[in-house]
Design a protein around this ligand. Structure first.
Ligand code: ASP
Length: 449
């Protein structure tokens, strides 16, 4: 009898399993942290068990990124077919990125001006944090020193060698080459372009199979990643920097659930609730990996499967977004610069704050979609307005938590952009994950996002 019942039970959908992994990893990591503290055994388990498992999951996602970005962008552009349409979509996409990112920083700056988290930080805590994170800060400062942000940044978008760009994970270089390759395909006669496109879509489909495989590991991978972070996290710091952390998270939440709800309702004509429910796997993956790049394969897949965004739009907007559209990062940068200015007693006038907005938008476009990718650029913004770059030592201890949250916003923002572009180009969207899931499960299909 029990067999019959078990036999009929529907397997848990993947997103539920991932969510359970997230909660399980967090609860066990926090318990270990609270009850055992930073014992060597805990460090041993993290270093030899959970971190490697998390890394394998991350690497399985990341290994798909370069071929997936190349095939989906080249096919996306070739699929659009006409250069005028490409230009129109390109301009709309970039405008959307810049305006929504500026909106995010503005929300952050309003909050940090009202809450003024920097004024409550005691001198003793400040000195202690500067001392504790001195080593880590020196590394980030060195990275910042190597980061050139200026006209050369734009020149570097055009790779000298696309293979070298792929090897170095230079996303903007890969994106540029893929775009140009797609454009070139549209100039070829159909008889020559078709076989190339067939090969590209074959490669793209094989990547999707790989993502499916990687996502099967997600519940364990996510649990391992979250365990590693929470078991080592300085929760004592959270209390000391509580008001600053609260300000960043409040800003991210306002943008995530307020601004995006309005944007998807107005521009994509989607019900926000259905939208968030359709992309929950994307949000959980972004939260646990802290990387827009590692989340990109899932973002592309879910946007097509659960929202009905056509492949050529998803393939064009989402890889660009993972690299250039970082709303959460920009908001975090804005709040952090003002917070540190308050801590160091640097008065930032209205025009200096406008510079913070512009610099946060620009550096968020330039930041890499990897964990902590924005930190070297954050130092550049700090230095531009006269706040000491060494100051980031104060926030380094809580950065991973904030990174998880801002990456979730970054990636959600990419999907809102793709939904807006698809709708503005006259495509109908279909936010019905439960129906998709049900049909798949009933048909005995494997994929459930
Ligand atoms: N981790 C972020 C991302 O991948 C970048 C950052 O803000 O550090 O989107």
């Amino acid at each position: 009898m029990s067999e019959g019942i078990v036999g009929r039970r529907r397997p848990l959908p993947l997103h539920t399993k991932i969510f359970l992994g997230l909660v399980g990893g967090a609860v066990s990591g926090i318990s270990v942290n609270v009850f055992l503290g930073r014992r060597p055994e805990v460090e041993w388990i993290v270093r030899t068990v959970t971190e490697p498992i998390g890394q394998i999951f991350l690497r399985m996602l990341i290994m798909v990124v370069v071929p997936l970005v190349f095939t989906s962008l080249a096919l996306g552009v070739a699929g659009l077919g006409d250069l005028r349409k490409l230009g129109r979509i390109g301009v709309k996409t970039l405008l959307y990125f810049v305006l929504v990112t500026a909106l995010a920083v503005t929300i952050g700056l309003i909050l940090v001006n009202v809450i003024r988290p920097g004024e409550g930080l005691s001198e003793q805590v400040k000195v202690q944090l500067l001392e504790t994170y001195r080593g880590q800060t020196a590394e980030t400062l060195e990275q910042a020193g190597r980061t050139r942000f200026g006209i050369q940044t734009f020149v570097n978008i055009v790779p000298r060698n696309p293979i070298a760009a792929a090897v170095q994970g230079d996303m903007l270089g890969i994106i540029f080459f893929a775009l140009m390759f797609g454009v070139a395909l549209t100039f070829l006669p159909a008889s020559r372009a078709q076989p190339v496109m067939a090969v590209l879509s074959g490669i793209g489909e094989a990547m999707v199979v790989l993502i499916d495989l990687a996502m099967k590991l997600a519940p364990i991978g996510v649990a391992a990643l979250i365990f590693s972070v929470t078991a080592r996290f300085g929760f004592d710091l959270l209390a000391k920097l509580g008001v600053y952390v609260f300000t960043v998270i409040l800003g991210l939440a306002i943008h995530q659930f307020g601004a995006y709800s309005i944007l998807v309702r107005v521009f994509a004509r989607l019900n926000p609730w259905q939208f968030f429910s359709a992309i929950r796997t994307v949000m959980v993956t972004a939260f646990s990996t802290s990387s827009s790049n590692a989340t990109l394969p899932t973002t592309i897949r879910v946007s097509q499967e659960n929202l009905g965004i056509p492949g050529e739009i998803a393939g064009f907007v989402l890889p660009l977004g993972a690299t250039m559209n970082m709303n959460g990062t920009a908001l975090f940068e804005g709040v952090t610069v003002l917070f540190l200015a308050q801590v160091f007693g640097v008065e930032l006038s209205f025009s200096a704050q406008l510079i913070v907005i512009v610099m946060s938008v620009l550096t968020a476009i330039g930041a890499a979609g990897v964990p902590g990718g924005s930190l070297p650029l954050l130092i550049l913004v700090l230095q531009t307005v006269g706040v000491p770059g060494e100051g980031i030592a104060i926030i380094l201890g809580v950065d991973r938590l904030l990174d998880m949250c801002r990456t979730t916003l970054n990636v959600t923002g990419d999907v809102t952009a793709a939904a807006f572009i698809a709708r503005s180009e006259g495509y109908a969207l279909m936010p019905r994950p439960s129906v998709v899931e049900m049909e798949r499960t009933e048909a005995g299909g494997e994929r459930r996002w």
